[in-house]
Write a protein that binds this ligand. Structure first.
Ligand code: AMP
Length: 193
């Protein structure tokens, strides 16, 4: 059973590519952003707690997302593809703990890379169809990218040490990035990563 983390900055296309890989390799697509937006849309106590942070482009508390991932892992026997988690070193440490508890092992962390200009361009493009308020405001976009640089990027060092990190170029068209990702997953399935 494969347990993959898809890693990268806001706008790089984690959601799109996690969806494609989930479908192709029969994995459960687990997006903490989608789970949180679901809570906000339903007006649950958790949703009310995180709404303002998400609108500002702040990360929500580690405890909140760790609990969501724990619950999701408890509900499935399927391999998973994580999108948007972990986003802090503390979340990465918690993921190790959760996977062990659920008798799983992290297979690989695939980082999708693209330039800052390209990320901003894609977020603007997505704003037209996503209806996400955090995609529509330039100050919020800038803040999300600052949060990424300050808190999320250091997660790559955590995984470099464990030898689980593979980086791919995500600057081109969706199908080019998708081919690169599938190559990594195919190698993983054949035991060569
Ligand atoms: P995303 O859909 O992954 O871009 O996430 C949208 C927003 O949800 C982020 O800007 C954060 O406010 C929140 N969020 C999603 N995943 C996490 C996470 N792992 N840790 C903290 N906040 C998160």
């Amino acid at each position: 059973m494969k347990n993959i983390v898809l890693f990268g900055a806001p706008g790089v296309g984690k959601g799109t590519h996690a969806g494609i890989l989930a479908e192709k390799y029969d994995l459960l697509h687990l997006s903490t952003g989608d789970l949180l937006r679901g809570e906000v849309a339903q007006g649950t106590p958790l949703g009310l707690r995180v709404k303002a942070s998400m609108e500002r482009g702040d990360l929500v508390g580690d405890d909140v997302v760790i609990a969501l991932v724990d619950k999701a892992l408890a509900s499935t026997e399927q391999g998973i593809i994580l999108d948007g988690f972990p986003r802090t070193v503390q979340q990465a440490q918690a993921l190790d703990f959760l996977l062990r508890n659920h008798r799983r092992k992290l297979s690989c962390v695939i980082s999708i890379d693209a330039s800052r200009d390209e990320l901003v361009r894609r977020i603007h493009e997505r704003a037209v169809i996503s209806g996400r308020t955090d995609d529509a405001d330039d100050n919020v976009i800038r803040h999300r990218l600052e949060e990424y640089d300050a808190k999320t990027k250091p997660v790559t060092d955590y995984y470099k040490v464990s030898g689980l990190l593979v980086s791919i170029d995500g600057s081109g068209e969706i199908n080019q990035t998708s081919m690169r990702l599938c190559k990594v997953v195919d190698m993983l399935l054949s035991g060569n990563v």
